[in-house]
Design a protein around this ligand. Structure first.
Ligand code: UDP
Length: 514
């Protein structure tokens, strides 16, 4: 591993850590390198995980400028993170060697967004564990470079394999939940598989109040099929146990928007939980989607996206297009080939959309069909955007609510079903229109729901509630003298706990009640 910067005095076994020591002197003010605390972050390799880790890193960079931060991940993810960092950022990126083909993945597959079929995602999850030796080496190298170990390792659920490394090196280890209370539902469902204990189609989420009931249609196929001994269950249960043996849990939410959810997370996790949610900053200024939005009235455009690694079924896609056209509502729709096809292949509009749909929509500036990826946070920030039809991934939820945009839910997998239910039944900021990739979707129903949310009273009420959430999220990350928002206070507490913990590291020091 070679350290970029001054590597000459370091062990020569360093293979490929990209690490600039120049930043250390520029970011620290009066502290010497020996005193300067630093944090190492280890996100799972998916956009929905890298993005909130980076947002957390940038928040800490702003609030604790004396602290240095390193994010460790695989080479291609490093490149993508680097392109998202402003040039003056002090955040370091450390590259962990990874060879996708050794794990049955196609070359260059280092992120769930480049996996062609969602059912191959577990391969990447299982493979991530092979990063452990190089992560351990990175910690050892950084310890040598700084002449003291990191203040804290912040890991993901799917990188909870890092816990033994932290314990072995006597470093505090905090877990980071990239979802809000959806993480609690995800853990509870995988630990208990409640649908296997009943013949009923609906069941309570273990540990949740009675009103949080799920239907079998709100479970992913792989969870429905799980029996506790399959590869998914074994991997996830082991990681959940490690995750919950961590010293504390940071959560990508803002306490005020889902107070009951955060309590549930505390109860299920049995750890101290710190809500450190923030809103992602805009980066791109010029993009065809943004220019297109500029020509539309405030709150008149529906934005549609199913996140970085999901799509919908073929007949569903056709019905969605027909319903949108009939609704007369303007939209930006980010498309990928439908479920069952290679999601990274070229999108065949003539095959998967109604005849002439795209041209008709373009001609009247009615609709913009974007391929694969759109600048989501910029779209949601634009005043023309009036609602978001979303798969309810938590980052999309937080981004939408932070901009006061209500949602039309179409959850397709995992804790997205819970998120959709939470937003509709507890928060009143969303309405679920469809679920899953297999069920039938009717164009008439799409038209009705879209018009109700974009033009009706129901949509107006949801927009008002979403605007209140936006205000709560804005205030949470503010700091004005003594007045600190809840996220800012949570980051202070995380630092206090980590500092206390690093001088007295013992298993479980951050558990509730201690
Ligand atoms: N995203 C984006 N443009 C797209 C699709 C996704 O910028 O076209 C970003 C989105 O803003 C969010 C992340 O990718 O930050 C997706 O995370 P989320 O939790 O919503 O869903 P996931 O992709 O993990 O299912």
């Amino acid at each position: 591993m070679s350290l970029h910067g001054s590597s000459s005095k370091l062990p020569c076994t360093f293979k490929c850590i990209l690490y600039s020591t120049e930043h250390i002197s520029s970011s620290s003010t009066t502290m010497s390198k020996d005193e300067q605390p630093y944090i190492v972050m280890l996100p799972f390799m998916a956009q929905g995980h890298l993005i909130p880790f980076l947002a957390l890193a940038r928040l800490i960079e702003r609030l604790k400028p004396y602290c240095s931060i390193t994010i460790a991940t695989t080479p291609l993810n490093i490149e993508s993170l680097r392109s998202s960092l402003p040039p003056n950022s002090s955040i370091h990126l450390a590259s962990l060697p990874f060879s996708p083909t050794e794990h049955g993945l196609s070359p260059h597959t280092e992120n769930t967004s480049s996996i062609s079929q969602t059912d191959s995602i577990p391969l990447l999850m299982f493979a991530s564990e092979t990063l452990a030796p190089d992560f351990d080496l990175l910690i050892s190298n950084l310890t040598a470079l700084h002449r003291h170990p990191p203040l804290l390792i912040i890991a993901d659920l799917f990188t909870a394999w890092s816990l033994p490394i932290a314990r072995n090196r006597r470093i505090p280890h905090f877990s980071f939940a990239t979802s809000g209370s959806g993480t609690a539902s995800f853990m509870s469902l995988w630990l208990h598989l409640p649908h296997r204990l009943t013949d009923s189609d609906t069941f309570q989420i273990p540990g949740f109040p009675d009103r949080f009931r799920l239907h079998r249609s709100q479970m992913s196929d792989y969870m429905l099929a799980a029996d506790g001994s399959d590869d998914w269950s074994v991997f996830l249960r082991r990681h959940i146990h490690l995750y919950l043996t961590s010293d504390a849990l940071l959560c990508n939410t803002v306490e005020e928007i889902e107070p009951c959810g955060v309590d549930l997370l505390r109860r299920i996790a049995g750890l101290r939980v710190f809500s450190v949610g923030t809103s992602r900053a805009c980066g791109i200024e010029i993009d065809p989607c943004i220019e297109w939005l500029e020509s539309h009235r405030p709150s008149s455009v529906l934005y549609i996206s199913f996140g970085s690694q999901n799509t919908i079924g073929e007949s569903q896609m056709m019905a969605l297009a027909e319903g949108l056209e009939a609704s007369g509502v303007a939209f930006i729709w980010v498309v990928r080939p439908p479920h069952g096809f290679n999601m990274n292949a070229e999108f065949e509009a003539e095959r998967w959309l109604p005849d002439g749909f795209e041209a008709r929509m373009a001609e009247k500036r009615r609709g913009l069909v974007a391929r694969r990826w759109a600048p989501q946070i910029e779209i949601l920030s634009n005043k023309a955007t009036g609602a978001f039809m979303s798969h309810c991934g938590w980052n999309s939820v937080m981004e939408s609510l932070s901009k006061g945009v209500p949602l039309i839910g179409w959850p397709v997998t995992s804790e997205q079903f819970y998120n959709s239910m939470l937003m509709e039944e507890e928060m009143g900021v969303a309405m679920e229109m469809a679920r899953g990739v297999m069920g039938e979707v009717d164009a008439g129903m799409v038209e009705r729901v879209v018009r109700m949310i974009m033009e009706g009273e129901k949509g107006k009420e949801m927009r008002e509630r979403a605007a209140r959430c936006a205000e709560m999220i804005r205030v949470a990350v503010e700091e004005e003298g003594e007045k600190k928002g809840s996220t800012v206070r949570a980051i202070d507490e995380v630092f206090e706990l980590a500092i206390r913990g690093s001088s007295d590291v013992k298993k479980g020091f951050g558990r509730d009640g201690e």
